[in-house]
Design a protein around this ligand. Structure first.
Ligand code: C5P
Length: 280
């Protein structure tokens, strides 16, 4: 295999509860990861005679601030090899938006390198390596609906399918994940999301009152513009609307495509918007 094209999809969190602070500085959490297959970054990898990373997004450079480069270096160090490859990334998922784009790209590169250079890493080993790159990276090795625990690497796959359009709205506000975690008071109430997952299954209306994102209070207080988006989507008929991750993207699940389109049209033109059609 000398040439691969990969799609690295986005995700949303259906509920996100912070349970406790751990001795290693991270937090234990519970969430449902839900993949957005039709919003994805495109990654092309081909064997070459040197390493090169390029992207249509000029903010992404070929140093280790870039998770794709960091993932490559990590495997190089582990296997004492040099991977001479050209990587091209078409960046479509908004960055720092709670949609997991960077984590998804990193997981995709781990999978590609494992295949391309026949590294023989099992899913379990890949997951361990992925976790050293970021808490959400293990999830993207198998991006299917899943209940996530611990830092998000303990995964239990779920049978949830949302058969309705999902409108994603990102106003371009940057929220620091680290700061959001530093400012949250954990609620040691395990099982809230699990209960939600069981009861809610596919009935989107029942997500209300069952699935909450503990970061909303912190983020909404500092950025009323973000809570304003949620209010607008609900006023436009969203059956369920919530912030994903630590923000700043808000999603709304609508009954039909017409109401999702109508709601999208009312938003400011400089916002990133996307309607996922995947599940129906
Ligand atoms: O794992 P990741 O690098 O994405 O996390 C960014 C920051 O968010 C961490 O440095 C940590 O401060 C915080 N975090 C946390 N608990 C988690 C995930 C992230 O405290 N489960």
């Amino acid at each position: 295999m000398n040439y691969v094209e990969m799609k690295a999809p986005a995700k949303i969190n259906l509920g996100l509860n912070i349970i406790s602070k751990r001795d290693d500085g991270y937090h234990n959490l519970e969430t449902i990861f839900y993949p957005i297959y039709d919003l994805f970054d495109k990654i092309v990898v081909e064997k070459s005679d040197s390493f090169r990373f390029t992207s249509d997004n000029a903010h992404l450079t070929d140093d280790e601030s870039n998770l794709i480069v960091r993932a490559t270096r990590l495997l190089e160090n582990k296997f004492k090899k040099i991977f001479n490859i050209n990587i091209y990334l078409e960046k479509i998922i908004p960055m720092g938006a709670g949609l997991g784009g960077g984590s998804s790209d990193a997981a995709a590169i781990l999978l590609v390198l494992n295949d391309m250079f026949k590294l023989g890493l099992s899913y379990g080993k890949l997951s361990e390596i992925a976790l050293t790159l970021g808490s959400d990276v293990p999830y993207f090795l198998k991006p299917k609906p899943a209940l996530g625990k611990s830092r998000g690497e303990e995964l239990e796959f779920l049978e949830i399918i949302i058969d309705k359009p999902i409108l994603l709205v990102n106003p371009g506000i940057h929220i620091s994940t680290k700061e959001a975690f530093q400012n949250i008071k954990p609620t040691p109430l395990v099982g809230r999301i699990e209960l939600g997952a069981k009861i809610a299954s596919g009935d989107v209306r029942s997500f209300n009152g069952l699935l909450s994102n503990d970061f909303e209070n912190y983020v909404f207080e500092r950025h009323p513009e973000i809570s304003g988006i949620r209010e607008a989507l609900v006023a436009d008929g969203a059956l369920f609307s919530q912030m994903t991750g630590t923000g700043s993207t808000i999603y709304g699940i609508f009954e039909d495509i017409e109401s999702a389109e109508r709601s999208k049209k009312r938003l400011p033109e400089n916002y990133f918007t996307f309607i996922s059609h995947h599940g129906f």
